[in-house]
Write a protein that binds this ligand. Structure first.
Ligand SMILES: Cc1ncc(COP(=O)(O)O)c(C=O)c1O
Length: 456
């Protein structure tokens, strides 16, 4: 693309494009947006011919990496055959996809409602949870428990779950009724001041039980949680946490929803992250890696026992999105899962993820500002602090995320630093050890540059 075409496109974007969580005027001042035109593996190329490393795989979503012809061909073929048809019908890729999901998810999870992304998948899960209790005559079970610091989506219902750092909710008051917040099992900054992962996990799970008891189990519909939390930086709970959540939910008749929108499809070194703890939730929501975001695709899968409540006279689930069950993303999603299995990307995430984590820990020896390195598989994070001993955060006026992003950008590394201060690393699952060496070297240089600026 010529420089003039790039400038014309930038100018049109500045005038007309409502960007994700960004001030378009500021973006224009910084000579952006970047206009990406091609991708291969973990690399993308912009309209000026520059190659970038995408160490976040889009939004932790391009699990199989960029440039997969097979996925493009599967979508194209499907579009040529039948592009779309709704109304109580079905189509071959959609049926094959839901059958595949029943095969690769744990336990009796077996019936899937398809949608177009994570927010829709979570909205669907909340509706199923509430409607399930209604079907059983428990009409007052409407409250949903989520955890502080989590993110479950941007639409008007799920927006209120979690309350992730940096999400300004006051613009959208009043909040959705019946949303309760529990602590995050983050042993680096445990709300109960326990740095022991097991103890922190136990306290945080008990806090959920106490919330249920305080509000009355007869008012609580579901607990929703990500197996590994992304927002505050790859929080892997102590081992007892998920089994205990399962136990608590069973005891009080509350449904357990695992939000695997990021963690699903291999990101943590298991196909689904709940498998790390052998737990079968009542519902799993998924999106992102399901189709590696080649096309919009999300899903909510329910245990057979839950789904069974939705058959019979007057019991059907009244829920539809125009594009739900669309055959084209379904065909692309099936091909995407085939690639994940054929290329053993789940195993690669586990092995290369462990290698990556070791190298980040080595960086911690070198850079005093790295307070914590955590995560599992290829869902890793570094938390930066002003003082490693006290875990004090950097003063906001030092604008560390902005400095870091500038340093990454200079090295053509697409990596986000956010909050105060988290760097999430979630490259495509096909990355190799040499790819990781390259990413780590660029982070090393960037941290050195920012460290020097702070010292001067
Ligand atoms: C854990 C989690 N759940 C849900 C969502 C929302 O997914 P989407 O952006 O596809 O609506 C996200 C998005 O980042 C997420 O990380």
């Amino acid at each position: 693309m010529t420089a003039t075409e790039t400038e014309q496109l930038r100018s049109l974007a500045e005038k007309h494009l409502w960007m994700h969580s960004a001030d378009w005027a500021q973006v224009a001042l910084e000579g952006e947006p970047l206009i990406m035109v091609q991708g291969q593996g973990m690399r993308v190329t912009d309209s000026e011919g520059n190659s970038w490393i995408d160490a976040n795989a889009g939004y932790a979503s391009v699990n199989v990496g960029y440039g997969r012809q097979e996925i493009a061909e599967a979508a194209y073929e499907q579009m040529r055959q039948i592009s779309y048809f709704p109304q109580r019908s079905a189509n071959p890729p959609t049926i094959r996809l839901v059958a595949k999901l029943a095969q690769i998810t744990p336990g009796s999870l077996s019936r899937t409602f398809l949608s177009s992304g994570g927010s829709e998948a979570n909205e669907t899960a909340l509706k199923i949870a509430r409607a399930y209790h209604h079907r059983r005559g428990e009409n007052n079970r409407h409250k949903i428990i989520s955890r502080r610091g989590s993110y479950h989506g941007a639409t008007a219902g799920v927006l209120w779950l979690g309350s992730a750092e940096g999400t300004v909710l006051s613009d959208y008051d009043p909040s959705y009724p019946g949303v309760l917040h529990a602590p995050q099992p983050n042993s680096y900054r445990c709300e109960y001041e326990s740095s022991n992962a097991t103890e922190c996990a136990t306290r945080c799970a008990t806090a959920i039980e106490e919330l249920i008891q305080t509000h009355g189990a007869e008012t609580v519909a579901a607990v929703i949680a990500e197996p590994v939390t992304s927002g505050p930086g790859a929080i892997v709970p102590g081992d007892g946490y998920w089994p205990r959540l399962r136990e608590i939910c069973d005891r009080y008749g509350v449904l357990l929803i695992a939000d695997e929108v990021i963690t699903g499809f291999g990101r943590t070194g298991k196909m689904f992250a709940v498998e790390h703890w052998n737990v079968v939730p009542d519902l799993i929501t998924m999106a992102k890696g399901m189709c590696s975001t080649y096309l919009p695709l999300g899903a909510t899968i329910a245990r057979q026992e839950i789904a069974d409540e939705f058959t019979g006279e007057g019991r059907c689930f009244q829920h539809v999105f125009t594009a739900a069950g669309h055959p084209v993303p379904a065909a692309a999603g099936l091909k995407n899962i085939e690639i994940i299995e054929r290329e053993k990307l789940v195993e690669n995430a586990r092995e290369v993820g462990a290698y990556f984590r070791c190298h980040l820990q080595a960086l911690q020896e070198k850079h005093a500002m790295i307070g914590d390195v955590r995560g599992i598989g290829l869902m890793l994070s570094m938390e930066l602090v002003a003082d490693r001993k006290t875990k004090a955060c950097f003063p906001v006026e030092q604008k560390i995320p902005r400095r870091l992003m500038a340093a990454f950008k200079k090295r053509r590394l697409l990596l986000r630093a956010h909050g105060n201060v988290i760097i999430n690393l979630s490259p495509p699952l096909c990355v190799s050890r040499p790819d990781v060496d390259e990413i780590v070297a660029l982070i090393d240089d960037s941290l050195a540059e920012v460290g020097k600026e702070l010292d001067s």
